[in-house]
Design a protein around this ligand. Sequence first.
Ligand SMILES: Nc1c(NC[C@H](O)[C@H](O)[C@H](O)CO)[nH]c(=O)[nH]c1=O
Ligand SMILES: CC(=O)[C@@H](O)COP(=O)(O)O
Length: 154
Amino acid sequence: MGKVFEANLIGTDLKIGVVVGRFNEFINGKLLDGALDGLKRHGVAEENVDVAWVPGAFEVPFIAKKMAETKKYDAIIGLGTVIRGSTTHYDYVCNETAKGIASVGLSTGVPVMFGIVTTETIEQAIERAGTKVGNKGYDAAVSAIEMANLNRLF
Ligand SMILES: Nc1c(NC[C@H](O)[C@H](O)[C@H](O)CO)[nH]c(=O)[nH]c1=O
Ligand SMILES: CC(=O)[C@@H](O)COP(=O)(O)O
């Protein structure tokens, strides 16, 4: 077997950017709390975390790209909540946000986390923002640290 690349979850020397949507802010605030908690618990210094608020999930990739292009951040976390309504709007927002976040990571070389909760109901969203099914913001923070450290190995 050749080399095995595996990163640790130590965030002491990392700088992280967080982009969070205002749409469904009552849930996104909990995702942000979870993300900040996850970063802090893994050693990321508070002064090394910058947060940018955008109108909604659709705008997350735009500002994530701006942040990534500064080359100041080891990883970026996108946070938002998209809840299905009665029209097709949900599909467009979800698809473009997912594609956009993936594209920013690939085009800039800075890992960008998909901390976007996409649900059929408000209850499902609440369950993923610090209640029944954990906190997707926290999960995204841990993934950001792993990817930032893994990225340094190449
Ligand atoms: N319906 C949701 C939105 N919609 C707003 C868009 O994200 C966008 O801000 C607007 O269309 C202007 O470009 N955003 C969410 O984050 N969550 C939703 O459920
Ligand atoms: C995901 C959304 O954009 C959603 O809030 C929109 O709801 P609707 O489809 O009822 O306009």
